[in-house]
Design a protein around this ligand. Structure first.
Ligand SMILES: [Zn+2]
Length: 284
């Protein structure tokens, strides 16, 4: 039984638009110079998502790589024409923590320029690949502000072996004057932050756990949730990357065939909208 907040609270739905061979865990196995020769699935998968959102009456924010926008400008325009927000996921999926301040600045400025050129609209949001902004590279927020971004969604307040700032605030907070950080949603249980905002956990855990976490954030915290997934997570037919380690293989391929049905339930169980409308109060 879902509570009445299902009808009142608008949650933020986000998609990180990158292909299966661009995820950080695949970096050791697929060289950057091979990207152009690897079969792409991103266009097919984003079109599938656009149909799902249309069927579910939901809007979302698509954090898109500059690399993808350059190769698939019509796809990015279809995202805008369907009423969704296009935001930035950087140009080439480099982790913020792996770049110097100068290179990070160049990456986020280039991605913003490419996306704005393709869409003809201002890009306000940025999400760091693999949530790679933390205490050690806090200067990244200065770069985002200088580049003209108004919000970031780059911090996940959990313990994880690849990312996470477990003691970061759980809900949106200003990181600079004019720049809001919108952290990925966690559920607070037994003095711990548990991942409630999607990604691999959404495929790993039974759907009812994800639903209960989001409902708890809406009901107990009285806050919208922000949830994310990737186009390749709906694609059980994607080419298998050979030679990867067992942990990466499990995390990347577990339950891919269940994602689409789970997303349909998620769209029907909660209200979903774009980040700019939910958190910047624009066009609400
Ligand atoms: Zn990413």
């Amino acid at each position: 039984m879902l509570s009445p907040t299902r009808h009142t609270i608008r949650n933020a739905l986000t998609i990180d638009v990158e292909d299966y061979f661009q995820v950080s865990a695949m970096v050791p196995y697929i060289a950057r110079q091979d990207w152009d020769h690897t079969p792409c699935r991103v266009e097919r998968n984003v079109d599938c998502i656009l149909q799902l959102l249309d069927d579910g009456g939901a809007h979302a924010t698509f954090f898109t790589l500059g690399w993808v926008a350059e190769r698939y400008p019509q796809l990015v325009r279809r995202i805008v024409e369907s009423g969704h927000e296009v935001a930035s996921h950087g140009y080439g999926h480099d982790r913020a923590s792996a770049l110097s301040r100068k290179h990070f600045s160049a990456d986020v400025s280039l991605a913003k320029a490419v996306l704005e050129d393709v869409t003809g609209a201002a890009v306000r949001g940025y999400r760091a690949p693999s949530f790679s902004i933390g205490r050690a590279n806090d200067w990244a927020f200065d770069c985002l502000l200088e580049a003209g971004y108004r919000y970031s969604s780059s911090v996940y307040p959990i313990h994880h072996d690849h990312y996470g700032v477990p003691d970061a605030p759980r809900f949106p907070y200003p990181v600079r004057d004019g720049l809001l950080e919108v952290p990925i949603t966690t559920a607070r249980l037994l003095n711990r932050n548990l991942p409630a905002g999607g990604g691999g956990y959404f495929r790993l855990m039974p759907y009812r756990v994800s639903r209960w976490f989001i409902q708890r954030v809406n009901d107990v915290d009285g806050q919208p949730a922000i949830f994310y997934f990737h186009p390749w997570e709906l694609d059980p037919g994607q080419p298998r990357v050979p030679g990867i380690d067992a942990r990466t293989r499990f995390r990347h391929y577990v339950n891919l065939h269940r994602t689409e049905a789970r997303l349909k339930r998620l769209l029907s169980d909660f209200r979903w909208d774009r980040v700019d409308r939910v958190y910047l109060g624009e066009g609400a």
